[in-house]
Design a protein around this ligand. Structure first.
Ligand code: NAD
Length: 245
């Protein structure tokens, strides 16, 4: 219950799914948590400091980072675009990269100077098993953005290792969350069968099930804690055996 004692943790997209599960676990492990989301209503019920932070807005990010002064930054905000390269529009590409990639440029740029000044920090970036680790159908923009997240992670890790900053990425397989249920529903409508849609998503994981958000939160907790002091610059894959065959 005290693995994160004394640490200040800022989380983006903490309103639901993996971000929320992580906020709850960080609180349980004794961190001072600043749980944020673009949709403030979703933050209700979290027993920590909560406020609206739009990861797509420079001023909102700067304000949130100044308020939290984080030792741990968990960049969880992200969006799944569905489609191939020929389905994608320029606007969708720009939006995908702004939310999934540039958001991390914004938050890390804002949080790093304080971390360096205080002598250390752990930055955790939400990537995906899908992208640079393994390809998946209809994930053109999404895969490109999540691969870019690994590039950001390695670059920051290398540049700031001597200042005590660690920067790692989390690469999950399919995780049950509100937006995942939306994706299953959309595929079900396309296929004319919700059962078939669910079966297709589950089949990607050789374990025969999708992950619970708490399983990803456990990895985010390890990466935030000093237990992970010897790891930096890596994509940490947690995908039910999807890419490990
Ligand atoms: P989700 O997609 O259900 O929820 C996303 C949250 O992001 C919402 O609370 C939403 O309000 C918030 N958000 C949207 N725009 C924002 C912005 N501009 N600023 C701040 N917050 C914003 O949650 P999830 O499925 O757990 O996904 C969380 C992260 O994990 C994403 O980066 C996603 O790509 C990644 N991920 C998810 C899965 C999965 O299968 N669910 C797998 C791999 C990676």
């Amino acid at each position: 219950t005290d693995r994160l004692k004394g640490k200040r943790a800022l989380i983006t997209a903490a309103g639901q799914g993996i971000g929320r599960a992580t906020a709850e676990m960080y609180i349980a492990e004794g961190a001072k948590v600043f749980a944020t989301d673009v949709n403030g209503d979703l933050l209700a019920g979290l027993s920590c400091e909560t406020f609206v932070l739009d990861a797509r807005d420079d001023a909102s990010v700067a304000e949130g980072v100044a308020r939290a002064e984080p030792d741990v930054l968990f960049n969880c905000a992200g969006f799944v675009h569905h489609g191939t390269i020929l389905d994608a529009t320029d606007d969708e590409w720009d939006m995908g990269f702004d939310l999934n990639v540039r958001s991390m440029y914004r938050t890390i740029r804002a949080a790093l100077p304080g971390m360096v000044e205080r002598g250390g920090g752990s930055i955790i970036n939400m990537s995906s098993a899908l992208g640079s680790v393994i390809g998946a159908p209809n994930r053109f923009i999404y895969g490109a953005t999540k691969a870019a997240v690994i590039g950001i992670t390695k670059s920051v890790a290398v540049d700031y290792i001597k200042q005590g900053i660690r920067c790692n990425a989390i690469c999950p397989g399919t995780v049950e969350s509100p937006s995942w249920h939306d994706r299953v529903r959309a595929l079900g409508e396309q296929l004319g069968s919700q059962e078939e849609a669910m079966a297709q998503f589950v089949a990607r994981q050789p374990m025969g099930r999708v992950a619970q958000a708490t399983e990803i939160a456990a990895l985010a907790t390890y990466l935030a804690s000093d237990e992970s002091a010897f790891t930096t610059g890596h994509p940490h894959i947690i995908d039910g055996g999807w890419s490990g065959q």
